[in-house]
Design a protein around this ligand. Structure first.
Ligand SMILES: Nc1ncnc2c1ncn2[C@@H]1O[C@H](COP(=O)(O)OP(=O)(O)OP(=O)(O)O)[C@@H](O)[C@H]1O
Length: 308
């Protein structure tokens, strides 16, 4: 059973003056329970449209979507998911605790169960100390943490998070990232929409990249960003001569400080490189597959897709 299963989803927005906008053009994807799944794409790619359909806010034009094996808009599905909207705001006069009381009772949690749940979630998001403080005094990071607590108040298994670290400083982002990893450990499924690719890179198990209403790439981050047959070798004692001695043995080579980046035809050719470096008295500290950052990969992929 998948947490989310989307099959050939289309969405057309009909507009009186501008004609029709085909926002989703046959999107299919599966998210396994317990996965942190990232959805990436430039503005207008169709990400929000997809999330809105899964949350039953809008209807697809055609195609199907299932959540935990039920139709996406079935009543029993609604109690299993929670949504943290981008730039969410709460009434400024409420305290963090009152926000959770309000959303808890909206979700059908009451009495002692709600009080216990509020204590537990405030502790989890590190906001116990600020529970009696009014929301208007909260920093952006604190507001985000209360937002995350709100998504947890009714024990939802599936969390849709829209830009949860947007506008937060590096320290705050790390706190939210750690929190998301904690939620993953608890078995929650997280569907994450974020423009902060370095964040996505650190927490997502799987990603899809959307552009112009279509999924153009999908997979684990490692499988997508790995450069084919490229390796990064950390060395000590390399000289221009020792690096030059590798040139005819590899497809491409570049060296910066104590790092040599090589691309070979076959992985077996690494042995030859190691032998050559060692015979030139170069010490090898590590050899790891070379990869692009997710950000560089994303820019490449969207650039190529734009040229089509
Ligand atoms: N209610 C609407 N009516 C008409 N067109 C819409 C509507 N909502 C979205 N669109 C259009 O559908 C396309 C996809 O938009 P969507 O908001 O889903 O993209 P997105 O990937 O979420 O972008 P962003 O990263 O900017 O939030 C865009 O061309 C957008 O203008």
């Amino acid at each position: 059973m998948y947490a989310i299963e989307v099959e050939n989803l289309h969405k057309k927005y009909r507009q009186i003056l501008q004609g029709e906008i085909h926002a989703l053009k046959g999107v299919s994807l599966q998210v396994k329970p317990g996965e942190v799944f990232g959805i990436l794409g430039p503005n207008g790619a169709g990400k929000t449209t997809l999330v809105r359909i899964l949350l039953s806010i809008i209807k697809p034009t055609s195609g199907s979507a299932r959540i935990f094996d039920s139709k996406y808009n079935a009543t029993n599905v609604k109690t299993k998911l929670a949504y943290l909207a981008e730039n969410h705001t709460y009434p400024r006069y409420l305290t963090g605790e009152q926000v959770l009381q309000y959303f808890g009772s909206l979700s059908g949690v009451h009495g002692k169960k709600l009080r216990d749940k509020i204590d537990e979630t405030l502790e989890l998001v590190g906001m116990t100390k600020w529970r009696k403080t009014k929301v208007k005094k909260y920093s952006k990071g604190m507001t985000q943490r209360i937002g995350l607590a709100q998504t947890l108040i009714n024990d939802s298994e599936l969390l849709f998070l829209d830009e949860p670290t947007d506008g937060i400083d590096a320290l705050g982002r790390k706190e939210i990232r750690d929190l998301l990893l904690k939620l993953k450990e608890q078995g929650k499924t997280i569907f994450l929409n974020s423009h902060l690719l370095s964040e996505v890179e650190q927490i997502c198990d799987q990603i899809v990249i959307m552009n112009k209403g279509e999924i153009i790439r999908r997979g684990t981050i490692d499988s997508l960003v790995a450069k084919r047959n490229a390796y990064k070798i950390d060395v000590v004692g390399a000289t221009e001569t020792s690096v030059a001695s590798l040139k005819e043995k590899v497809q491409s080579i570049a060296s910066v400080d104590n790092q040599i980046h090589v691309t070979v035809k076959e992985v077996e050719e690494l042995d030859l490189i190691i032998d050559t470096l060692r015979s030139n008295s170069v010490s090898i500290r590590s050899i790891i597959p070379d990869r692009q950052s997710l950000e560089d990969y994303f820019v490449d992929v969207i650039g190529k897709d734009g040229d089509k």
